[in-house]
Design a protein around this ligand. Structure first.
Ligand SMILES: *[C@@H]1O[C@H](CO)[C@@H](O)[C@H](O)[C@H]1NC(C)=O
Length: 383
Protein backbone atom coordinates (compact mmCIF):
# COMPACT_ATOMS: atom_id res chain seq x y z
CA UNK A 1 0.00 0.00 0.00
CA UNK A 2 2.82 2.37 0.77
CA UNK A 3 4.32 4.23 -2.14
CA UNK A 4 2.73 6.55 -4.61
CA UNK A 5 -0.29 4.59 -5.73
CA UNK A 6 -3.01 5.36 -8.22
CA UNK A 7 -6.07 3.22 -7.78
CA UNK A 8 -7.98 2.79 -10.99
CA UNK A 9 -11.66 3.64 -10.96
CA UNK A 10 -11.59 5.76 -7.83
CA UNK A 11 -14.54 7.53 -9.48
CA UNK A 12 -13.88 11.08 -8.39
CA UNK A 13 -16.29 13.62 -9.79
CA UNK A 14 -13.45 15.66 -11.19
CA UNK A 15 -10.34 13.85 -12.33
CA UNK A 16 -8.90 17.23 -13.29
CA UNK A 17 -8.78 18.18 -9.61
CA UNK A 18 -5.33 19.48 -8.85
CA UNK A 19 -4.00 20.63 -5.51
CA UNK A 20 -0.92 20.46 -3.41
CA UNK A 21 -0.17 19.73 0.22
CA UNK A 22 2.55 20.18 2.80
CA UNK A 23 3.44 17.50 5.34
CA UNK A 24 5.87 17.72 8.25
CA UNK A 25 7.85 14.90 9.82
CA UNK A 26 9.18 14.56 13.38
CA UNK A 27 12.64 13.83 11.97
CA UNK A 28 12.95 17.37 10.51
CA UNK A 29 12.00 17.58 6.83
CA UNK A 30 8.85 19.24 5.52
CA UNK A 31 7.58 17.78 2.23
CA UNK A 32 5.87 19.60 -0.63
CA UNK A 33 3.39 17.26 -2.31
CA UNK A 34 1.40 17.56 -5.50
CA UNK A 35 -1.92 15.82 -6.07
CA UNK A 36 -2.74 15.71 -9.76
CA UNK A 37 -4.75 13.11 -11.71
CA UNK A 38 -5.54 11.39 -8.41
CA UNK A 39 -1.89 10.79 -7.64
CA UNK A 40 0.33 12.11 -4.88
CA UNK A 41 3.93 12.95 -5.72
CA UNK A 42 6.84 14.27 -3.69
CA UNK A 43 7.74 17.73 -5.04
CA UNK A 44 10.65 18.44 -2.70
CA UNK A 45 11.85 18.77 0.90
CA UNK A 46 12.50 21.78 3.10
CA UNK A 47 14.20 22.29 6.44
CA UNK A 48 14.11 25.19 8.88
CA UNK A 49 11.51 24.08 11.44
CA UNK A 50 14.03 22.79 13.94
CA UNK A 51 14.58 19.20 15.00
CA UNK A 52 10.97 18.11 15.60
CA UNK A 53 8.38 19.87 13.42
CA UNK A 54 5.06 19.03 15.05
CA UNK A 55 2.33 21.37 13.84
CA UNK A 56 1.53 23.29 10.63
CA UNK A 57 -0.85 26.24 10.33
CA UNK A 58 -1.64 27.46 6.79
CA UNK A 59 -3.21 30.81 5.86
CA UNK A 60 -4.63 30.36 2.36
CA UNK A 61 -5.35 34.03 1.60
CA UNK A 62 -1.75 35.12 2.19
CA UNK A 63 -0.21 31.74 1.22
CA UNK A 64 1.77 31.68 4.47
CA UNK A 65 2.61 28.57 6.45
CA UNK A 66 3.73 28.59 10.09
CA UNK A 67 5.53 25.56 11.50
CA UNK A 68 6.00 24.81 15.22
CA UNK A 69 8.87 22.73 16.60
CA UNK A 70 8.01 20.17 19.28
CA UNK A 71 11.65 19.88 20.29
CA UNK A 72 12.01 18.33 23.75
CA UNK A 73 15.51 19.78 24.30
CA UNK A 74 14.47 23.05 25.99
CA UNK A 75 14.81 25.14 22.85
CA UNK A 76 13.09 25.17 19.50
CA UNK A 77 11.85 27.40 16.69
CA UNK A 78 8.75 28.60 14.94
CA UNK A 79 9.21 29.28 11.28
CA UNK A 80 7.23 31.06 8.59
CA UNK A 81 7.31 29.99 4.93
CA UNK A 82 5.69 31.46 1.87
CA UNK A 83 4.04 28.77 -0.23
CA UNK A 84 4.47 28.84 -4.00
CA UNK A 85 3.44 26.68 -6.94
CA UNK A 86 3.38 22.94 -6.17
CA UNK A 87 3.58 23.84 -2.47
CA UNK A 88 7.19 24.93 -2.82
CA UNK A 89 8.28 26.45 0.50
CA UNK A 90 10.47 29.54 0.90
CA UNK A 91 11.47 30.29 4.46
CA UNK A 92 10.71 33.93 5.24
CA UNK A 93 11.36 34.19 8.99
CA UNK A 94 12.19 32.14 12.05
CA UNK A 95 12.23 32.82 15.78
CA UNK A 96 13.65 30.82 18.63
CA UNK A 97 11.35 29.45 21.31
CA UNK A 98 11.70 27.49 24.52
CA UNK A 99 10.62 24.38 22.63
CA UNK A 100 7.93 21.70 23.01
CA UNK A 101 5.32 23.61 20.99
CA UNK A 102 2.46 21.27 20.11
CA UNK A 103 0.23 23.88 18.43
CA UNK A 104 0.20 27.56 17.57
CA UNK A 105 -1.60 30.21 15.58
CA UNK A 106 -1.94 33.90 14.83
CA UNK A 107 -4.43 36.08 16.72
CA UNK A 108 -5.40 39.59 17.77
CA UNK A 109 -4.84 43.14 16.62
CA UNK A 110 -6.73 45.05 13.93
CA UNK A 111 -6.20 42.22 11.39
CA UNK A 112 -6.56 39.26 13.82
CA UNK A 113 -2.96 38.38 12.87
CA UNK A 114 -0.78 40.71 14.91
CA UNK A 115 0.42 38.17 17.48
CA UNK A 116 1.28 34.48 17.64
CA UNK A 117 0.33 32.09 20.45
CA UNK A 118 1.61 28.58 21.05
CA UNK A 119 1.08 25.77 23.56
CA UNK A 120 3.92 23.87 25.26
CA UNK A 121 2.95 20.38 26.42
CA UNK A 122 5.52 19.46 29.08
CA UNK A 123 6.31 22.92 30.54
CA UNK A 124 2.50 23.37 31.09
CA UNK A 125 2.63 26.78 29.40
CA UNK A 126 1.22 28.90 26.62
CA UNK A 127 3.34 31.73 25.23
CA UNK A 128 2.73 34.71 22.95
CA UNK A 129 4.94 36.86 20.70
CA UNK A 130 4.34 40.02 18.73
CA UNK A 131 4.55 39.70 14.93
CA UNK A 132 6.24 39.98 12.52
CA UNK A 133 8.24 36.88 13.31
CA UNK A 134 11.98 37.54 13.42
CA UNK A 135 15.18 36.36 15.01
CA UNK A 136 14.73 38.97 17.73
CA UNK A 137 11.03 38.31 18.43
CA UNK A 138 10.42 38.81 22.15
CA UNK A 139 8.01 36.71 24.14
CA UNK A 140 5.28 39.00 25.46
CA UNK A 141 3.56 36.56 27.80
CA UNK A 142 4.00 33.17 29.34
CA UNK A 143 1.18 31.57 31.34
CA UNK A 144 2.18 28.59 33.46
CA UNK A 145 -0.66 26.32 34.57
CA UNK A 146 -0.91 24.28 37.73
CA UNK A 147 -3.32 21.75 39.19
CA UNK A 148 -4.00 20.65 42.73
CA UNK A 149 -3.45 16.91 42.30
CA UNK A 150 -2.71 14.31 39.67
CA UNK A 151 -5.45 13.09 37.35
CA UNK A 152 -6.59 9.48 37.07
CA UNK A 153 -4.56 8.75 33.92
CA UNK A 154 -0.81 8.24 34.42
CA UNK A 155 -0.16 10.93 31.79
CA UNK A 156 -2.00 13.49 33.94
CA UNK A 157 1.01 14.27 36.16
CA UNK A 158 0.58 18.01 35.51
CA UNK A 159 -1.26 20.34 33.12
CA UNK A 160 -0.62 19.63 29.43
CA UNK A 161 -2.08 22.42 27.26
CA UNK A 162 -2.45 20.94 23.78
CA UNK A 163 -3.87 23.73 21.60
CA UNK A 164 -4.41 27.49 21.44
CA UNK A 165 -7.66 27.57 19.44
CA UNK A 166 -9.43 30.76 18.36
CA UNK A 167 -13.18 31.00 18.92
CA UNK A 168 -15.34 32.18 15.96
CA UNK A 169 -15.35 35.83 17.15
CA UNK A 170 -11.52 35.74 17.32
CA UNK A 171 -11.81 37.51 20.67
CA UNK A 172 -10.89 34.45 22.78
CA UNK A 173 -8.17 31.81 22.87
CA UNK A 174 -9.41 28.42 24.05
CA UNK A 175 -6.94 25.90 25.48
CA UNK A 176 -7.83 22.21 25.92
CA UNK A 177 -5.66 20.92 28.77
CA UNK A 178 -5.01 17.15 28.49
CA UNK A 179 -3.36 16.93 31.90
CA UNK A 180 -5.85 18.91 33.97
CA UNK A 181 -9.11 17.84 32.24
CA UNK A 182 -10.21 21.44 31.70
CA UNK A 183 -10.78 23.84 28.82
CA UNK A 184 -9.17 27.20 29.66
CA UNK A 185 -10.57 30.36 28.07
CA UNK A 186 -8.59 33.62 27.65
CA UNK A 187 -9.89 37.01 26.51
CA UNK A 188 -7.70 38.74 23.91
CA UNK A 189 -6.67 42.38 24.32
CA UNK A 190 -6.43 43.35 20.65
CA UNK A 191 -4.12 46.32 21.23
CA UNK A 192 -1.46 44.60 23.35
CA UNK A 193 -2.00 40.92 22.54
CA UNK A 194 -2.32 40.23 26.27
CA UNK A 195 -4.40 37.18 27.20
CA UNK A 196 -6.50 37.27 30.38
CA UNK A 197 -8.01 34.13 31.86
CA UNK A 198 -11.81 34.53 32.03
CA UNK A 199 -13.31 31.04 32.44
CA UNK A 200 -12.32 27.40 32.88
CA UNK A 201 -14.67 24.59 31.89
CA UNK A 202 -14.39 21.31 33.78
CA UNK A 203 -14.19 18.09 31.78
CA UNK A 204 -14.78 14.53 32.97
CA UNK A 205 -11.85 13.06 34.91
CA UNK A 206 -9.45 11.20 32.65
CA UNK A 207 -10.89 12.61 29.40
CA UNK A 208 -7.64 14.30 28.36
CA UNK A 209 -9.00 16.93 25.91
CA UNK A 210 -6.58 17.61 23.04
CA UNK A 211 -8.24 19.73 20.32
CA UNK A 212 -11.45 21.77 19.95
CA UNK A 213 -13.59 22.98 17.02
CA UNK A 214 -16.56 25.38 16.86
CA UNK A 215 -19.87 24.94 14.98
CA UNK A 216 -22.94 27.11 14.46
CA UNK A 217 -26.46 26.12 13.33
CA UNK A 218 -28.32 28.13 10.68
CA UNK A 219 -30.39 29.61 13.51
CA UNK A 220 -27.26 30.63 15.41
CA UNK A 221 -26.95 27.86 18.03
CA UNK A 222 -23.24 27.52 18.86
CA UNK A 223 -21.57 24.31 19.96
CA UNK A 224 -17.94 23.35 20.50
CA UNK A 225 -16.55 19.82 20.15
CA UNK A 226 -13.44 18.34 21.74
CA UNK A 227 -11.55 15.21 20.88
CA UNK A 228 -10.38 13.57 24.09
CA UNK A 229 -7.07 11.77 23.70
CA UNK A 230 -7.03 9.82 26.97
CA UNK A 231 -10.73 8.93 27.07
CA UNK A 232 -10.84 8.07 23.34
CA UNK A 233 -14.01 10.07 22.94
CA UNK A 234 -15.52 13.26 21.59
CA UNK A 235 -17.55 15.75 23.62
CA UNK A 236 -20.06 18.45 22.72
CA UNK A 237 -20.08 21.73 24.69
CA UNK A 238 -22.66 24.51 24.74
CA UNK A 239 -21.14 27.91 23.98
CA UNK A 240 -22.41 31.07 25.68
CA UNK A 241 -20.96 34.56 25.51
CA UNK A 242 -21.57 36.37 28.78
CA UNK A 243 -19.66 38.51 31.29
CA UNK A 244 -17.19 39.46 28.57
CA UNK A 245 -16.14 35.82 28.30
CA UNK A 246 -16.88 32.62 26.42
CA UNK A 247 -18.37 29.96 28.67
CA UNK A 248 -18.41 26.27 27.84
CA UNK A 249 -20.57 23.57 29.44
CA UNK A 250 -20.31 19.92 28.48
CA UNK A 251 -23.53 18.38 27.13
CA UNK A 252 -22.43 15.04 25.65
CA UNK A 253 -19.53 12.58 25.44
CA UNK A 254 -19.45 9.69 22.95
CA UNK A 255 -16.76 7.08 22.40
CA UNK A 256 -14.64 7.45 19.27
CA UNK A 257 -14.03 3.70 19.09
CA UNK A 258 -16.14 1.86 16.48
CA UNK A 259 -18.90 -0.45 17.77
CA UNK A 260 -17.54 -3.91 18.62
CA UNK A 261 -13.96 -2.61 19.07
CA UNK A 262 -12.16 -1.64 22.25
CA UNK A 263 -9.42 0.90 22.88
CA UNK A 264 -6.09 -0.74 23.71
CA UNK A 265 -3.49 0.77 26.04
CA UNK A 266 -1.82 2.50 23.09
CA UNK A 267 -5.02 3.91 21.55
CA UNK A 268 -5.01 7.73 21.54
CA UNK A 269 -7.64 9.83 19.77
CA UNK A 270 -5.82 12.67 18.04
CA UNK A 271 -7.66 15.11 15.83
CA UNK A 272 -11.15 16.52 15.29
CA UNK A 273 -12.45 18.16 12.10
CA UNK A 274 -15.85 19.44 11.03
CA UNK A 275 -17.38 19.73 7.60
CA UNK A 276 -20.96 21.01 7.45
CA UNK A 277 -23.03 18.90 9.83
CA UNK A 278 -20.47 16.09 10.12
CA UNK A 279 -17.73 15.58 12.72
CA UNK A 280 -14.63 13.42 12.24
CA UNK A 281 -12.24 12.15 14.92
CA UNK A 282 -9.03 10.23 14.26
CA UNK A 283 -8.25 7.13 16.32
CA UNK A 284 -4.54 6.43 16.67
CA UNK A 285 -3.83 2.72 17.12
CA UNK A 286 -7.38 1.46 17.43
CA UNK A 287 -6.66 -1.18 14.77
CA UNK A 288 -10.10 -0.40 13.34
CA UNK A 289 -9.39 -1.96 9.93
CA UNK A 290 -6.18 -3.93 10.45
CA UNK A 291 -3.16 -3.89 12.74
CA UNK A 292 -1.72 -1.03 10.66
CA UNK A 293 -4.95 0.64 9.47
CA UNK A 294 -6.75 2.69 12.10
CA UNK A 295 -10.16 4.31 11.87
CA UNK A 296 -11.65 7.76 11.58
CA UNK A 297 -14.86 8.02 13.62
CA UNK A 298 -17.69 9.87 11.87
CA UNK A 299 -20.69 11.51 13.54
CA UNK A 300 -23.66 13.50 12.28
CA UNK A 301 -24.34 16.84 13.93
CA UNK A 302 -28.03 17.55 14.56
CA UNK A 303 -28.60 20.68 12.44
CA UNK A 304 -30.81 22.30 15.11
CA UNK A 305 -29.22 21.32 18.42
CA UNK A 306 -25.67 20.42 17.47
CA UNK A 307 -26.02 17.03 19.21
CA UNK A 308 -23.76 14.26 17.93
CA UNK A 309 -24.86 10.83 16.71
CA UNK A 310 -22.46 8.04 15.68
CA UNK A 311 -22.55 7.47 11.90
CA UNK A 312 -19.69 5.25 10.76
CA UNK A 313 -16.00 4.45 10.97
CA UNK A 314 -13.90 5.15 7.88
CA UNK A 315 -10.55 3.58 7.06
CA UNK A 316 -7.69 6.06 7.52
CA UNK A 317 -5.40 3.92 5.34
CA UNK A 318 -2.67 4.78 7.80
CA UNK A 319 -1.22 3.63 11.10
CA UNK A 320 -1.56 6.10 13.98
CA UNK A 321 -3.42 8.91 12.13
CA UNK A 322 -2.26 11.99 14.03
CA UNK A 323 -3.42 14.55 11.54
CA UNK A 324 -6.05 14.94 8.82
CA UNK A 325 -7.74 17.69 6.87
CA UNK A 326 -10.73 17.76 4.50
CA UNK A 327 -10.24 19.61 1.22
CA UNK A 328 -12.15 22.80 0.41
CA UNK A 329 -14.77 20.97 -1.69
CA UNK A 330 -15.32 18.30 0.94
CA UNK A 331 -14.63 15.55 -1.60
CA UNK A 332 -11.29 14.28 -0.25
CA UNK A 333 -9.55 13.83 3.08
CA UNK A 334 -5.77 14.02 3.47
CA UNK A 335 -4.81 11.77 6.37
CA UNK A 336 -1.36 11.68 7.92
CA UNK A 337 -0.27 8.44 9.55
CA UNK A 338 2.38 9.08 12.21
CA UNK A 339 3.78 5.55 12.49
CA UNK A 340 3.22 4.63 8.82
CA UNK A 341 4.69 8.07 7.96
CA UNK A 342 2.33 8.35 5.02
CA UNK A 343 -0.17 10.77 3.59
CA UNK A 344 -3.31 9.02 2.33
CA UNK A 345 -5.88 10.74 0.16
CA UNK A 346 -9.29 9.18 0.81
CA UNK A 347 -12.61 9.86 -0.90
CA UNK A 348 -15.35 11.62 1.05
CA UNK A 349 -19.01 11.49 0.03
CA UNK A 350 -20.32 15.04 0.33
CA UNK A 351 -23.95 13.93 0.78
CA UNK A 352 -23.53 11.12 3.33
CA UNK A 353 -20.32 12.35 4.99
CA UNK A 354 -18.86 8.83 4.80
CA UNK A 355 -15.29 8.10 3.82
CA UNK A 356 -14.62 5.88 0.86
CA UNK A 357 -11.78 4.42 -1.13
CA UNK A 358 -8.10 5.15 -0.96
CA UNK A 359 -7.20 7.38 -3.91
CA UNK A 360 -3.44 7.67 -3.40
CA UNK A 361 -0.85 7.22 -0.67
CA UNK A 362 2.77 8.18 -0.32
CA UNK A 363 5.33 7.34 2.36
CA UNK A 364 7.54 10.25 3.47
CA UNK A 365 10.85 9.51 5.14
CA UNK A 366 11.20 6.49 7.39
CA UNK A 367 8.32 4.78 9.10
CA UNK A 368 8.00 5.47 12.82
CA UNK A 369 7.95 2.99 15.70
CA UNK A 370 4.57 2.27 17.28
CA UNK A 371 3.80 4.74 20.06
CA UNK A 372 6.98 6.83 19.57
CA UNK A 373 7.37 10.50 18.64
CA UNK A 374 8.62 9.85 15.13
CA UNK A 375 7.22 9.48 11.63
CA UNK A 376 4.81 12.04 10.20
CA UNK A 377 3.43 14.89 12.32
CA UNK A 378 1.09 17.11 10.28
CA UNK A 379 -0.48 17.53 6.84
CA UNK A 380 -2.33 20.52 5.33
CA UNK A 381 -4.02 21.08 1.98
CA UNK A 382 -2.78 23.92 -0.17
CA UNK A 383 -6.02 24.20 -2.19
C1 LIG B 1 -11.35 39.59 12.82
O1 LIG B 1 -12.17 38.45 13.05
C2 LIG B 1 -13.54 38.75 13.28
C3 LIG B 1 -14.24 37.43 13.58
O2 LIG B 1 -14.11 36.53 12.52
C4 LIG B 1 -14.14 39.45 12.08
O3 LIG B 1 -15.46 39.82 12.35
C5 LIG B 1 -13.30 40.67 11.73
O4 LIG B 1 -13.79 41.24 10.54
C6 LIG B 1 -11.83 40.28 11.56
N1 LIG B 1 -11.04 41.47 11.27
C7 LIG B 1 -10.35 41.59 10.13
C8 LIG B 1 -9.63 42.88 9.91
O5 LIG B 1 -10.28 40.69 9.29
Amino acid sequence: MIGSTLLAGAGLASTAYGASLVASTFSGPLYSLTFNNNQLANAGQSSGCGTTPGWLEYYADSKELYCFDESWSGKGVMTKYSVGTNAKLSQSATASTSGNDVHGQLYGGANNRSFIASAQYSPSTITTYKLPLSGSAQQIQKETFSMSGKGPNSRQDKPHPHEVALDPTKNFIVVPDLGADVIRVFRIDHSTGKLTSCSTAQHEKGAGPRHIKFWKSDAGVQVAYTVNELGNSVSAWSVAYSNNCLNLARTQTLTSIPPGKRAGTGTKAAEVRLFGNFLYAANRADGGFSSTQDSIAIYTINPTSGALTWLDAGNSYSHYPRTFEINKDGTLVAIGGQTSSNVAIVERDVATGKLGKLVSTIQLGSKGRAGEEDGLSAVVWID
